[in-house]
Design a protein around this ligand. Structure first.
Ligand code: HEM
Length: 373
């Protein structure tokens, strides 16, 4: 409802503070995200607490952004994705075996979280994974996107950054000596020439954290929406190949990342309004997914719609999510295997939603399955 109020107020509306604007319109979001007159919210523009955590690509502009992005890109090619598919399927089957044995369980904890954590750790080349610690790090670092909520939160984020750094440094050194078939080797091979040592740790951390915080919620939000819209769940269990559509429709209807921010690098006109250099614009990509100018019946969750893929859930322009093909692959496999193996899945309690402006997801997803006879 809040997004609809913003949409009703106009294409670009003053928000939160002086010099900050928000947009709920698809074409305005897209224009701002693609415009060279806007840059990311960089180190100088954030507060002293956020400045402690270097978000790598997310706060870089060209030419540095172009240089560092080139280092990470080879890990996400279609050929690499095809190679990951069987591994992801095998992991997902193991995860479902464990959950099924439980009968009644928290799907977010037992399925949505372990899959992306295992996948991104394997792809990066991190052998020893402590699922619980990784979840905590993800929540602490991901939560910073909302701005630090308390001093305790800042301390947790700094501790997470330091723990991950302590884990990555020896691994990178190892890869320099003994290259393997993993992302850390690809990154280590570029160090010194395309990426500086200082840029390396933040990039590794971003890949790890961006790789699971969001995907956990894409899986969780997909299943949550399917449970709320039982007819859609039945359509999926009858035809599990619809899983890819489920993922696209969830990205449009209930995306894990709701909004992002940009800063005007010059005086610029947006949606007929002149805004000054230094102003912020918040493209609410979640609201763009409900824009009636782009989507028919935007408020209905429909896994057979054909226009879902026009969402902006992975952003647009040069910061378009580098992990989008991986996120789609993981979530599609997860949703398909859940539908195939747990057709009797149903909600078994209240579903609390996370309190966050940026990240949208459930805190718990209590479900139960009736064992097949
Ligand atoms: C960037 C969303 C999964 C890595 C972004 C951005 C969004 C996004 C909205 C751009 C932010 C902006 O324009 O300010 C998502 C969602 C995901 C997901 C919704 C899952 C459902 C992943 C995965 C990875 C990843 C699996 C890596 C393994 C990145 C990186 C960037 C990024 C490195 C920075 C790209 C750049 O600035 O050039 N993501 N992401 N993401 N994402 Fe994702």
């Amino acid at each position: 409802p809040q997004y609809e109020r913003i949409r009703d107020e106009g294409a670009l509306v003053p928000a939160i503070a002086r010099g900050v604007y928000a947009t709920a319109e698809h074409d305005v979001c897209k224009q701002v995200l693609a415009s060279r007159d806007f840059g990311t919210v960089g180190r100088d523009e954030v507060g002293p607490f956020e400045r402690q955590i270097d978000l790598s690509l997310l706060e870089m502009d060209p030419p540095d952004h172009t240089r560092v992005r080139r280092v990470a890109a080879p890990a996400f090619t279609p050929r690499r994705m095809a190679a990951y598919e069987t591994r992801i399927e095998a992991l997902m089957h193991e995860i479902v075996d464990r959950a099924q044995a439980a009968g009644s369980f928290d799907l977010q904890q037992l399925i949505s979280a372990p899959l992306p954590i295992s996948v991104i750790s394997q792809l990066l080349g991190v052998d020893e994974v402590d699922d619980e610690a990784f979840m905590r790090y993800g929540t602490a670092l991901g939560g910073l996107l909302d701005g630090p909520q308390s001093l305790r939160h800042v301390r947790e984020a700094i501790a997470a950054r330091d723990a991950l750094r302590a884990m990555f440094i020896p691994l990178i050194e190892e890869r320099r000596r003994e290259p393997r078939e993993d992302m850390l080797t690809t990154l280590a091979q570029h160090e010194g020439e395309q990426i500086t040592a200082d840029e390396m740790m933040p990039l590794c951390t971003l890949l790890l954290v961006a790789g699971f915080e969001t995907t956990v919620n894409l899986i969780g939000n997909s299943i949550h929406q399917l449970m709320r819209h039982r007819d859609q769940w039945e359509a999926l269990t009858a035809e599990p190949a619809l899983a890819a559509n489920v993922v696209e429709e969830t990205l449009r209807f209930d995306p894990p990342v709701q909004l992002t921010s940009r800063v005007a690098r010059a005086d610029v006109e947006v949606a007929g309004r002149r805004i000054r250099k230094g102003s912020w614009v918040i493209p609410i990509v979640a609201a763009a997914g409900r824009d009636p100018k782009v989507f028919t019946e935007p408020q209905s969750y429909d896994i057979t719609r054909e226009d879902a893929g026009n969402h902006l859930a992975f952003s647009s322009g040069i910061h378009y999510c580098i992990g989008a093909p991986l996120a789609r692959l993981e979530a599609t496999i997860a949703v398909r295997i859940i539908a195939e193996r747990m057709p009797s899945l149903e909600l078994a309690g209240k579903v609390p939603i996370r309190r966050s402006r940026v990240i949208r997801g459930v805190r718990r997803l209590p479900v139960r399955v009736t064992p097949a006879r």
